[in-house]
Every structure is written in structure tokens, then in C-alpha cells.
Design a protein around this ligand. Structure first.
Ligand SMILES: CC1=C(CCC(=O)O)c2cc3nc(cc4[nH]c(cc5[nH]c(cc1n2)c(C)c5CCC(=O)O)c(CCC(=O)O)c4C)C(CCC(=O)O)=C3C
Ligand SMILES: [Fe+2]
Length: 436
């Protein structure tokens, strides 16, 4: 157990998903409670699950991930139980924590299945843990979240729960994404597609623009967490940093001198009036078939690779550039094939590509890649060393944060008025009772 001391258990913390048709609507109500998501959107998303007989693949993937994590932990000599809890469906966070605590765990390290920091992928998971601990009402003595951040709260605590930092920038994540993308390019090549003119479309979950704006620490907070860091570290910036790190690996592996790419978004929800990150992957595919390209791509390329050649307009015609010969769609925002991938990409985006006549390959998610799993365990070890008070350099291939394991005050805010913030009262918590 040496390497993970002081922790005596690990909890995999995920989003949750239905296990059958009768779970679908209650699950969706949990996922959307208090978030201003219109009823029509809820029913439409409910229909996405029909094609899968009401069973989200997310639960099977989490069980697979648990098995892979346990194997890698054992391989490194860590004898430690690994439990599982979800935000929106069984096993709920409190059920997962209670199972570990009932078996005697008193210091639990939490690994969320979200790789990037934003309210949804970072702070909200801490709130989920906080609510679960509050619901124990003394069952395990005084229970507290985030020992290092709130020393007074954790003082004398008999059950302490900590969360690891976002892991998008680890070598395993970057390397596994690059391998998956190169493999998708090869499949297109095998189909006789000219890969020089294939467009790489990197996709992540859209979030409200206000959530994007709150997704990083403030300037002042950043200088206290990571004084050497000069780069931007918002949700979108984290994706750009990952892309910058993986492009050279993909180019090298395929022997391509350049790769044209776009960052696109999927699974937008929320009321029509609220602004979410764009372009939507389907809109982008239509535009690509038309010979156009998102402005963002040109801007990103200039930033990412610096060279003026990458900034040229993508429109065919005057530049004489051939049209896009096909697309590789890479779900870099997700670690395994849950509904956003198997429906929003494999059904919807693939359908759009077929409609506009673009050959389409979806890159695999990193899910079972050995290097990816190893990086997850590295991040657990890193957090344990931090908890022991050791001076730890977080491992990163992007050089971009966030490296912090505890959100500073202003970091990862929801951006939504009326949504509970960390540390809010129990009364506010009670308003968030889940349907079971
Ligand atoms: C950033 C992010 C991730 C990635 C990070 C992470 O993994 O955490 C993620 C993952 C997931 N999102 C999922 C499902 C849903 N997300 C919804 C709604 C929302 N997602 C948001 C953001 C994210 N979501 C946001 C800002 C909303 C609006 C409501 C709110 O502000 O919270 C809704 C409501 C209906 C809808 O409108 O789509 C559903 C059903 C599933 C499970 C799928 C399955 O069953 O396999 C997974 C893994
Ligand atoms: Fe979501």
C-alpha cells in the first residue's frame, strides 16, 4: 500500500446512466434538475437511449475501467479497494462512498471520469462528494472533503475524501489519443482516401459560454497555484493544449507534414437563448463539405503551430486547395464510449457526414489503452504524495494547467445563476434531492 498512503480506498466517480428503459426519465431528471434544460430536450435525449434499449453503455465502461484500474494498481503493488459512485444514477456517490466506508475506509481518494476542468467536470464532482458526506450525518463520525483546502473543516475528521486533479494533460491521455487518431487515418487510407486532405475534427462536450468563462482560476489564483504558468487554462484552452501536444505525434506516426484540424462541440443542451460553445460538430461537417472551415480553426492553427502556412484560408478556389477528402472525428473530450459518443457522434455526426458525402472515421476513445490507464494511476500516486506533504511536480505533456487538485475560490464556477456553489448551506443541498 506504500505508494498510495495515506489513502485506504479509491473511488471512481462518474456521471451515471440508465440500466434499462424504466431508468431513462428518472436519470434524465436527476441530470437536469435545476439546470434550466427544456422538457423537449429531455424527451429528445430520452429517445437517444431507445436505440440502446434504455441501457447507457457508460455503466459497462465504468466496470471495465474499474477492472483495468485494479489490475494496474495491483501490478504496482498497491493493495487498495476501488469503489464506484455516480452523480446521476446508481450506484450513487453516497452509495459508493458508504460501501468503502462500511468496509473500513477512512481516507478515500476520488478519481472522476472527466479529464478536463470545468464546473461540470471538476467542481461539480466535489459538490457531489460534499453532499454525499453531509447525507451521512455522523454515520462515520465527522466526514470532510478536501483536507488540504479546508484544514479547519477536516481537523479531527474521521472520514476524509480528496479528489485528484484533471488528467487531460498526462502522457497517457495524449499518447493514447494520438494512437487512436492515427489508426483512424489508416482506416481511411485503407479505403483509398487521400489522407493528405482529410480533416481532423476534434470533438468535446459543449458547455455554456458562461461556464467556459468560469472554468479557470483567476489571474491572481493562478499565480499562487502555478507561478510559472503563463498560458491560459480554461476548458477550451485545455483542449487546445492537448491538441498542440498530440498533433506532432499524429503527424510523425503517419509521416504527414501537416494536418488540417478543427475543434468542434457536441451534445449542446440548455434553452435556446443560452450561449454554448460552437461550432456544433454537425454544422462543421456541413461547412467542410461546402469547402469552408470554421474561423476558429484558422485562429487555432496560427496559435498552435505558429507558422504562417497554417493560417491560410481553407476555402477552395482562389487558393487552389483540394476539397476535404474525408474526416476523422476524434472524441478527445471523452474517455470512453458513452451516449455522447455512440449516439451524438456514431449516429448523428456520422449521419450528417453521410448526408453531405464526407467519408467518416471515428477515432476510438482512450478507454482501455494501457498508457492511459497507467497515467490515471500516476495521478493517484501523485495525489497521495501530495497528501503526504512531498514536493510533487505534476506530470504534464502540455505544460498547461490546471495542476491543482482543489479548486481555488473562483475556479470552475458554474456560470449559471441559482446553481449551488461549493460550501453552500444544507438547505440549498436539500433542494437537490435525487430521484432514485
Ligand atoms: C463537460 C461535460 C461532460 C464531460 C465531463 C464528464 O464526463 O463529466 C459531460 C459528460 C456526460 N454527460 C452525460 C449526459 C448528459 N449530460 C447532460 C447535460 C449537460 N452536460 C454538460 C456537460 C458535460 N457533460 C452540461 C453543461 C449539461 C447541461 C446541464 C448541466 O449543466 O449539468 C444531460 C441532460 C440532457 C441533455 O441536455 O443532454 C445528459 C443526459 C453523460 C452520460 C451519457 C450516458 O448516459 O452514457 C456524460 C458522461
Ligand atoms: Fe453532459
Amino acid at each position: 500500500m506504500r505508494g498510495l498512503t495515506p489513502y485506504d480506498a479509491v473511488l471512481l466517480l462518474s456521471y451515471g446512466g440508465p440500466n434499462g428503459p424504466e431508468d431513462v426519465l428518472p436519470f434524465l431528471r436527476n441530470a437536469t434538475r435545476g439546470r434550466g434544460i427544456p422538457e423537449e430536450r429531455l424527451l429528445a435525449v430520452g429517445r437517444h437511449y431507445e436505440r440502446f434499449k434504455g441501457v447507457s453503455p457508460i455503466n459497462a465502461w465504468n466496470r471495465r475501467l474499474l477492472a483495468d484500474l485494479r489490475r494496474e494498481l495491483r501490478r504496482r503493488g498497491h493493495e487498495i479497494p476501488v469503489g464506484w459512485g455516480n452523480r446521476n444514477w446508481h450506484p450513487f456517490v453516497d452509495e459508493g462512498l458508504a460501501e468503502l466506508a462500511d468496509a473500513g475506509a477512512r481516507r478515500i481518494l476520488v478519481l472522476p471520469t472527466s479529464a478536463y476542468a470545468s464546473y461540470s467536470g471538476c467542481r461539480q464532482y466535489r459538490e457531489d462528494l460534499d453532499s454525499a458526506l453531509a447525507s451521512f450525518e455522523g454515520r462515520y463520525g465527522h466526514a470532510a472533503l478536501g483536507a488540504e483546502s479546508s484544514a479547519d473543516n477536516a481537523e479531527g475528521a474521521s472520514l476524509i475524501v480528496d479528489k485528484v486533479r484533471p488528467f487531460y494533460n498526462t502522457p497517457g491521455m495524449v499518447g493514447a489519443q494520438a494512437k487512436a487518431i492515427a489508426a483512424a487515418y489508416r482506416r481511411l487510407a485503407d479505403d483509398g482516401i487521400d489522407v493528405e486532405n482529410v480533416r481532423l475534427v476534434l470533438v468535446t462536450h459543449s458547455i455554456p459560454v458562461a461556464m467556459e468563462e468560469g472554468s479557470a482560476p483567476t489571474e491572481a489564483e493562478r499565480s499562487s497555484i502555478a507561478p510559472d504558468l503563463s498560458t491560459e487554462i480554461s476548458y477550451v484552452a485545455q483542449h487546445r493544449a492537448l491538441i498542440r501536444a498530440l498533433l506532432p505525434l499524429v503527424r510523425g506516426s503517419l509521416g504527414l507534414s501537416r494536418i488540417e484540424w478543427d475543434l468542434a462541440f457536441c451534445s449542446r443542451s440548455g434553452p435556446a437563448w443560452s450561449r454554448w460553445l460552437e461550432p456544433d460538430v454537425n454544422d462543421l461537417l456541413e461547412e467542410l463539405a461546402d469547402g469552408g472551415a470554421g474561423d476558429e480553426r484558422r485562429e487555432l492553427e496560427r496559435k498552435a503551430d505558429g507558422g504562417p502556412t497554417h493560417g491560410r484560408p481553407a476555402r477552395k478556389g482562389p487558393t487552389g486547395r483540394p476539397p476535404v477528402s474525408g474526416v476523422v472525428v476524434a472524441p478527445i473530450g471523452f474517455i470512453y464510449d458513452h451516449m455522447e459518443v455512440v449516439y451524438d457522434l456514431d449516429v448523428e455526426a456520422r449521419g450528417t457526414a453521410a448526408k453531405v458525402g464526407l467519408p467518416y472515421e471515428r477515432a476510438a476513445t482512450v478507454s482501455t489503452d494501457g498508457d492511459f490507464i497507467a497515467s490515471l494511476v500516476d495521478v493517484l500516486e501523485e495525489r497521495a504524495a501530495q497528501a503526504r506533504g512531498e514536493d510533487v511536480q505534476p506530470v504534464t505533456l502540455t505544460g498547461a494547467g490546471p495542476f491543482h487538485t482543489v479548486c481555488p475560490e473562483q475556479c470552475c464556477r458554474s456560470g449559471r445563476p441559482g446553481v449551488r456553489q461549493q460550501g453552500e448551506s444544507d438547505a440549498a443541498r436539500a433542494g437537490l434531492r435525487l430521484e432514485r
